[in-house]
Write a protein that binds this ligand. Structure first.
Ligand code: GUN
Ligand code: FE
Length: 417
């Protein structure tokens, strides 16, 4: 079936490039993008058109690092550095997700908040609980969110949330058996090196290899964490080698943060095809630091963005994009590394994240992931704005009420008309 969307089309096909098509046409066949056109080609004349008028139509957001159970502690308790913050707040909060009815209520709200905020793709950490993780996957699927979810593995240094090694492995197998979702797939999720024993990391590495499963975790976020990893693995010169030792460092592995990754760690990421997920809001909130995003990109490391709630305080990825730009400006003032422009940061928070899953956004031949933004109620400017200016303002100011429609994997999953 052909669907044609009409409106102001904007997208960032490459890092640093913004393409605009004023009053353009986006042609879909069964939800798959066939092309973007300034004028509707003759071949499509007479096809029904969904007219979004003056609204902006742009690729949706991809959040490649967030902690679902921490949704309930968003905007709170960011007064401690990472390891103390985990002990004081996070592990206690996550322990609550033993209760699947509670999980259902929280995750239903999270899933609808994601869609309303224009995020259609995620790579998400659940808690250690298999049943709550399955509830999370169900709720995301129901709301129209796509991507990866991981049952978290942690068999040491995890307070109330700790499992035994045997439990962690057998529950992971039980969880994998039960994962039967069309748009939400499993990703192995050792929390981070300090909360996993060697035995657990080894078992997960084997599972990743045997079943060709993707992996996500945390890397070089905070100095205290890095020092702890060095004590736990004295044979590793760098943090990343702890993951390599157990077969978890591979093409497509997602590593959140990489704030303090030095040259050798950056090179290892580029060589192995490991992705860095930059979480600027969280890095500032927990006083972790500012990540060397441009250096990583220059070295050929693939980078996407994450909200990292609840180290991050905002679920809306346009806010996370704005936070990345701000953090990069602080970094420029401190190190001289050039800040991220709006199209660059937007690319990282949309196109790059979609590319991780094989394409999307406005990529031809891929199912559409898009949002429709009505900026008509934003403060009236002194003159008519160019499309590029409206785009910049939308990135900084967009709120849920401005998002009129959301398309995920070619399906319309939100319609406020
Ligand atoms: N490292 C290990 N666990 C976590 C977490 O929940 N949040 C953040 N920001 N870093 C982590
Ligand atoms: Fe995190």
């Amino acid at each position: 079936m052909l669907t044609i969307l009409h409106g102001n089309l904007l997208h960032a096909p490459a890092f640093g490039t913004l393409e605009t098509i004023p009053h353009g046409y986006l042609v879909l066949e069964d939800g798959v993008v066939r092309g973007l056109f300034p004028v509707l080609p003759e071949a499509y004349a007479g096809c029904p058109v969904t007219d979004y008028g003056e609204s902006l139509i742009m690729p949706s957001f991809a959040d490649l690092h967030l902690h679902a159970p921490q949704y309930v502690m968003m905007g709170m308790g960011m007064d401690l550095p990472l390891l103390e913050w985990l002990d004081a707040y996070t592990f206690r909060t996550e322990a609550r997700f033993e209760d699947t009815a509670y999980a259902r209520r929280v995750y239903r709200q999270l899933a609808s908040d994601l869609i309303a905020s224009g995020t259609t793709r995620v790579s998400m950490f659940s808690s250690r609980h298999t049943d709550a993780t399955l509830v999370l996957m169900e709720e995301l699927e129901r709301a129209g969110v796509t991507g990866y979810v991981g049952k978290v593995n942690m068999d040491r240094n995890a307070g109330l949330s700790q499992e035994t090694t045997e439990e962690s492995v057998s529950e992971t197998l039980r969880w994998l058996e039960a994962c039967r979702f069309a748009h939400i797939r499993p990703i192995l999720t050792p929390r981070f090196i300090p909360s996993c024993t060697d035995g657990l990391l080894e078992a997960l590495g084997e599972l990743a290899r045997e079943r060709d499963l993707p992996v996500q975790s945390h890397l070089s976020e905070n100095q205290g964490e890095i020092a702890l990893v060095a004590r736990l693995h004295p044979d590793c010169a760098h943090y990343w080698e702890g993951y390599r030792k157990f077969g978890l460092w591979k093409e497509g592995t997602l590593m959140a943060h990489c704030v303090h990754s030095g040259e050798a760690e950056q090179e290892a990421m580029a060589e192995s095809g490991v992705w860095a997920v930059h979480c600027a809001a969280s890095n500032v909130n927990l006083c972790s630091g500012t990540a060397p995003v441009r250096r990583l990109l220059e070295r050929g490391v693939r980078v996407a963005l994450g909200s990292d709630i609840a180290g991050g305080d905002q679920l809306a990825m346009n806010r996370v994009i704005a936070a990345s730009i701000r953090a990069s400006k602080v970094r420029q003032m401190e190190t001289g590394e050039a800040f991220l422009t709006v199209p660059e940061a937007y690319y990282l928070g949309s196109t790059a994240g979609h590319a991780y899953f094989g394409g999307g956004g406005f990529a031809t031949g891929q199912p559409l992931h898009a949002i429709v933004v009505d900026d008509g109620e934003m403060p009236r400017p002194v003159r008519e704005l160019r499309l590029e200016e409206r785009f910049e303002r939308a990135v900084y100011l967009m709120e849920k009420r401005h998002i009129r429609a959301v398309y995920s994997e070619g399906r319309k999953v939100l319609d406020r008309r």
